[in-house]
Design a protein around this ligand. Structure first.
Ligand code: AMP
Length: 281
């Protein structure tokens, strides 16, 4: 597995892939890898000739400086895991490499960033678009693989790719969970043992909500989810929104045949976790 730290080294590798007509599958990550990330590598390997991952903790997408400071980092273990997973190459730039100067670009997501993560983390998606557009530019992948766990992020990346006219297929991959249902996340390792025991309630509640959609209104269901999780005493729901899968706009009632997604953000102590499930009639 080749490891590149600069865009120039990476560029030579990418050019050689292109001359040999190899398709490139790209998996951008912020490191502290887990099986969720490795599932994206597996999808990329299946669908491309060459699989390239990146590891970069992108400062411009953190609206909370403490979150950036505490974000888990473990480069040596990440590289071992990527090697084991059969990844062909890794791009691990430092901050100066990606931001030689301040990125002042402002992206327009046509309203897709107005609710949920976009509303609660101001500037987050603009930062995501800044780094992903730079990485797309450096890697020039044919396909890029993202997790459905960050449901709104996938919509944002698709929108950005479309607006910039990039010939890149954006592929959304299913959420990988722990045995107790907790969606895998790099931030899970920051949970105290008490909070770790409490957090499976998030997915358990979302799953129950899917069945309750038949008997409750959207508003009642939102209230039920928030109460059920908050009643644990250890967890605090920041938002639970049921949105249209395409527009990402909150729905006011369930309609048969329409795909909706219930998206949640929960504070477990100082750790903020997100998850989502489809909720349809
Ligand atoms: P991150 O390192 O958290 O920025 O995530 C890098 C990529 O891995 C993103 O596309 C995430 O959506 C994806 N990802 C993170 N957690 C999971 C998971 N549990 N299942 C599937 N994909 C995931």
């Amino acid at each position: 597995m080749q490891v590149f730290k600069t865009k120039i080294e990476l560029g030579v590798f990418i050019a050689s892939c292109k001359t040999r007509s190899k398709t490139i599958g790209f998996v951008p990550t912020m490191g502290a890898l887990h099986q969720g990330h490795l599932s994206l590598i597996a999808f990329a390997k299946k669908e491309s000739d060459v699989t390239l991952a990146s590891i970069f903790v992108n400062p411009t997408q953190f609206n909370d400086p403490n979150d950036l400071k505490n974000y888990p980092r473990n480069e040596a273990k990440d590289l071992e895991m990527l090697l084991e997973a059969g990844c062909d190459a890794v791009f691990m730039p430092n901050e100066a490499e990606m931001y030689p100067e301040k990125d002042t670009r402002i992206f327009d997501f046509d309203g897709l960033d107005q609710q949920m993560e976009g509303a609660h983390r101001p500037g987050h998606f603009n930062g995501v678009a800044q780094i992903v557009s730079k990485l797309f530019d450096a890697v020039q992948p044919h396909k890029a693989f993202f997790g459905q766990k960050d449901f709104q992020q996938v919509a944002i990346i698709r929108k950005m790719t479309q607006s910039l006219n990039l010939p890149i297929d954006i592929i959304a991959c299913p959420i990988v969970r722990e045995d107790d249902g907790l969606a895998m996340s790099s931030r899970n390792q920051l949970l105290s043992s008490e909070h770790r025991k409490a957090v499976p309630l998030i997915y358990k509640t979302l799953q129950k909500a899917r069945t309750l959609a038949y008997e409750k209104s959207v508003g009642q269901l939102q209230e039920w989810v928030e109460e059920t999780i908050n009643d644990s005493g250890l967890l605090r729901v920041e938002y639970f929104e049921i949105v249209d899968e395409q527009t990402l706009l909150p729905i006011s009632s369930f309609t048969a045949g329409k795909n909706n997604v219930g998206c949640i953000a929960v504070w477990a102590g100082k750790v903020r976790l997100i998850d989502n499930v489809t909720i349809n009639l």
